[in-house]
Design a protein around this ligand. Structure first.
Ligand code: ZN
Ligand code: FE
Length: 274
């Protein structure tokens, strides 16, 4: 039995490559353990190190959006490995060799089933996520969602509208509850501190906060999470909950006109929350 209730047992073929202060670059390994793909390589050096340590050849790069902490390592990695680069149709990302959009199929060449692109505008307008039915013998679906859905949180709304971001989160929330969620940052603890304020009546949030606190103190990554865990504890997926509507009303000074206003109010609150 796993000691952690709110973090999924890690996938045997997906490895976190920590970068900068809190990014995870996700290394996907083929089950026969020679080829690899990397999601959102903001920095090349830690990726090259991880490839060498595991004896892997990089054949594919997958990008979720144009921010430098996600795409900054592409030029050096492609120069050194010749890897294909799958990414959003966006003039803001140089080096994409296979531009993709919503509903497109994606095959990183690791021998698993093809994945699907889900457009998730909001954090940026070009933001996409990748959903794979499984990888290797592990039957769990995998979602790589960059800076859209975080463990117990969501990305800042930089380029899109709150309505766009909420629709993107809704589409991810509708995936199978067992889907592994690989987000791009270790923000879980600060997200859960906010979640405990925004959703004070939900005991699962407080329990998850205590668990994440212990995991971080032990140096354990809190990612991956699952869609089911997020449905139960992520305030940005729970904007229809009476307790969260009530907190939003307290911030706004009036009852929110609907779920987009609730979402916008708690997203704004999170921006200011310390
Ligand atoms: Zn970003
Ligand atoms: Fe980021």
């Amino acid at each position: 039995m796993t000691p952690w209730r709110f973090a999924a047992p890690p996938h045997p073929w997906v490895h976190p490559v920590p970068a900068f202060s809190d990014n995870y670059l996700w290394l996907l390994q083929s089950p026969e353990a020679r080829r690899a793909a990397i999601v959102d390589p903001g920095d090349a050096a830690p990726v090259l190190q991880a490839l060498a340590a595991r004896g892997l050849e990089l054949i594919c790069i997958l990008l979720t959006h144009h921010h430098a902490d996600h795409a900054g390592g592409v030029a050096e990695l492609t120069a050194r490995t010749g890897a294909r680069v799958i990414g959003p149709r966006s003039e803001k990302i140089p080096g994409v060799t296979e531009p993709v959009g919503d509903g497109d199929h994606v095959d990183p060449g690791l021998g698993g089933p093809v994945g699907r692109v889900v457009a998730v505008p909001g954090h940026t307008l070009d933001h996409i996520a990748y959903l794979f039915p499984s990888l290797g013998a592990d039957p769990r679906p995998l979602l790589f969602c960059g800076d859209t859905l975080f463990a117990a949180g969501c990305g800042r709304v930089f380029e899109g509208t709150p309505g766009q971001m909420l629709a993107s989160l809704d589409s991810l929330a509708s995936l199978a509850p067992g889907t592994l969620v690989y987000c791009a940052h270790e923000y879980t603890l600060s997200n859960l501190r906010f979640a405990a304020a925004a959703d004070p009546d939900t005991a699962e949030v407080a329990n998850r906060l205590a668990e994440a606190d212990a995991m971080r103190a032990a140096g354990i990554a809190t990612v991956p999470t699952t869609i089911g865990i997020e449905q139960a504890t992520n305030p940005f997926l729970r904007v229809d909950q009476a307790s969260i509507v009530q907190q939003a009303a307290g911030r706004l000074g009036h009852t929110p006109s609907g779920r987009v206003e609730t979402f916008a109010a708690i997203r704004q609150w999170k921006n200011e929350f310390r």
